[in-house]
Design a protein around this ligand. Sequence first.
Ligand SMILES: Cc1cc2nc3c(=O)[nH]c(=O)nc-3n(C[C@H](O)[C@H](O)[C@H](O)COP(=O)(O)OP(=O)(O)OC[C@H]3O[C@@H](n4cnc5c(N)ncnc54)[C@H](O)[C@@H]3O)c2cc1C
Length: 385
Amino acid sequence: MTHGLPLVIVGGGLAGALAALRLAERRPDVPLVLIEGGTGFGGNHVWSFFDSDVPHGAHDLVEALTPVRWPRHRVAFEGRERVLPMAYNATNAAALDALVRARLPKAAYRLGAQVARIEPDAVTLATGERIAARAVIDARGPDGPMPGLELGWQKFVGIEFAARAPEPDCATVMDARLPQIDGYRFVYVLPLSAETVLVEDTYYSDTPDLDVGQVADRVRALARERGLLGAELRQETGVLPILIGGDPDLFWPENEPIARLGLRGGFFHATTGYSFGLALRLAEELSALPGLLDSAQLARWTRARFMAHWRESGYFRLLNRMLFHAAKPEERHRIFAHFYRLSPERIGRFYAGALTASDKLAILTGKPPVSIPAAVRALLGGSSA
Ligand SMILES: Cc1cc2nc3c(=O)[nH]c(=O)nc-3n(C[C@H](O)[C@H](O)[C@H](O)COP(=O)(O)OP(=O)(O)OC[C@H]3O[C@@H](n4cnc5c(N)ncnc54)[C@H](O)[C@@H]3O)c2cc1C
């Protein structure tokens, strides 16, 4: 019998912690243990999102994460700059950590506990301690190349400076007026408070290799040019997967007995690698499931949810093939510049992964940003869309 046993979530990062928060609130009948190897929940992250990324029903959870909010945001390309009246928001790992500690009873989480082995009905810690479970959810985050998937990469280094941004109410989400090296390159500037600014140098690249020292120096140069260079408060690096194609059954075989959430389960936006909105959505859906939440149920449900996400991402994989296969790396910026001629509503639905048929058509119409033969080759080049 699994009745009295806890549901164990391995990984107290974004996806695992949000799922645990919702389950603790909505399924008090299911004992829970959230196991995190680090000393706090969420790691070292700022998570940004558009309003449209927040699914129905999740607004209270997002508000509890006390996000910073910018009522408008800027994008800029050679010869064209646009300030969109679309709010952009960001929360961070410290807010997630504080919320988990405030809302979960102490018995429902373990920090500094490295999991060495995962089974469908138990986990074994590095210390040898074994915890029996009604189900185990693997939310251990990214783990290098994802088997069966063809990927490009969005990689970046960000530094938080003690500096005052000239426009504290406007986030710069993409400024591509930079030498286009190593793929589509842009700078990202978030005025996180009156006294701090996050500056990131980002690349849509063919490879996951990131020379952190070199790119950090470029971030300092970009900050200096913008008058934002102050004391360095924090640094973050990211190498996020961008999904071009592949075989979902190889990534997540049908008979796999362990449930997954977060990047471990392929739950990320195919074109941005971001996962805040999807992590919220999965937390909502998981906590609304009926039944015992045992291992067979959760393994089946999370895989079915991944397969649905895969199908919904078909159009994004097609765009990614255009981006990575049809455009030369130094010309990728044209595809983004072309995209940003669209209305704020369409842009919001793009980031939320909720495009309508008319949005899909609108994205592909207009003067093509890449050569037509190359685009056709890229569109025909994969069978997975
Ligand atoms: C620097 C950075 C910035 C990002 N910014 C954004 C953003 O602005 N917006 C957005 O939507 N997405 C962003 N992303 C992408 C994505 O949303 C994040 O990577 C997100 O944190 C992924 O969530 P996750 O729960 O899958 O993994 P993680 O948040 O990485 O969580 C995995 C957790 O599992 C723990 N763990 C791993 N192995 C074990 C083990 N054996 N035992 C116990 N614990 C273990 C880790 O310590 C970690 O805390 C960013 C990513 C990075 C790296």
